[in-house]
Design a protein around this ligand. Structure first.
Ligand code: SAH
Length: 221
C-alpha cells in the first residue's frame, strides 16, 4: 500500500477537528466564530506528542508536568460564558498550561494576562503562541493566586485549576460587573460563572467538570 493510501486510512480512525466541532454542536455550543476558531486551532500542537492523535477527542489530555488540557467542551463552555456575559477588554487567566485556552482568549479579548506556576509549561506556551503570531498576551511565571503584580482592572478572570475557595486577590482585580469563571470542588466538582455586583456575586451559569488542582507556590525545576 502506498504511504498516501495509508495516511488516508489513518485519518479516518482518529478523531479530527471536524468531529470535535460536530460534538460541540451536539452539546449546545452555538457561537459560530468560536466553533470556527476551534476548528482551525491545531489542538494537536498543544498536547504531549504521544497523545497528539487524540487531540480532537472529547477528553482531557496530558500536557507535561502532570497537568492536563481541558476537554474541548469545557473550554468551549467557559469561552461561551465569557462571550455572553463579559466585556471583551482585558482578561486574566490563571493556569496558562499548554496555552490552548489562552490562544482562544487572545482571539476575542483585546488583552490577555496569563499566569502559570510551572516554569516549563509557562515557557513552552509562550513560545508556542509567539510562533503562532499571537501578540496580545502577557505571560507571567508565578503563583497566580496573588493576581497580576501591577494593578490593572480586569473585565474577566478565568481560573483553569480547581480550588475550594476563590483567592481574594483575583476577585479584587475585577472591575464592577466583571465576570469570574472558576472550577470549585464543593459541594461537587463544577465550574461556575459569576458576575461581581458590589460585594455580592451573582451566579450566572454552572456545569459539572473536573480540573487539576490550584496549587501554592511555583515549580521551577
Ligand atoms: N488552560 C490550560 C489548562 C491547564 S491545567 C490549557 O488550556 O492547557 C491548569 C494549569 O494551572 C496547570 O498548568 C497548572 O500548573 C496551573 N496552576 C495550578 N495552580 C496554579 C497557580 N496557583 N498559579 C498559576 N498556575 C497554576
Amino acid at each position: 500500500m502506498s504511504p498516501n493510501k495509508l495516511s488516508g486510512l489513518v485519518s479516518h480512525t482518529v478523531p479530527r477537528a471536524s468531529t470535535m466541532i460536530a460534538q460541540l454542536k451536539q452539546h449546545g455550543v452555538s457561537h459560530d466564530e468560536l466553533l470556527s476558531l476551534m476548528e482551525n486551532i491545531p489542538r494537536h500542537e498543544f498536547v504531549e506528542p504521544a497523545f497528539s492523535h487524540l487531540a480532537y477527542s472529547a477528553t482531557p489530555l496530558p500536557i507535561g508536568r502532570s497537568q492536563t488540557i481541558s476537554q474541548p467542551l469545557t473550554v468551549a463552555r467557559m469561552t461561551e460564558w465569557l462571550l455572553t456575559y463579559a466585556r471583551l477588554g482585558r482578561v486574566l487567566e490563571v493556569g496558562t498550561g499548554s496555552g490552548y485556552q489562552t490562544r482562544i482568549l487572545a482571539h476575542f479579548f483585546n488583552k490577555v494576562h496569563t499566569i502559570e506556576r510551572q516554569q516549563l509549561l509557562h515557557q513552552q506556551a509562550k513560545q508556542r503562541l509567539t510562533n503562532m503570531g499571537v501578540n496580545n498576551v502577557e505571560y507571567l511565571f508565578a503563583d497566580g493566586q496573588a493576581g497580576w503584580p501591577i494593578k490593572v482592572e480586569m473585565d474577566a478572570v478565568i481560573i483553569t485549576a480547581m480550588a475550594s475557595k476563590i483567592p481574594l486577590a483575583l476577585t479584587e482585580c475585577l472591575k464592577p460587573q466583571g465576570i469570574l469563571i472558576m472550577p470549585i470542588n464543593q459541594p461537587t466538582p463544577q465550574i461556575g460563572c459569576w458576575r461581581k455586583e458590589g460585594d455580592q456575586w451573582k451566579l450566572l451559569a454552572t456545569e459539572s467538570a473536573n480540573f487539576v488542582p490550584l496549587l501554592d507556590g511555583i515549580a521551577d525545576e
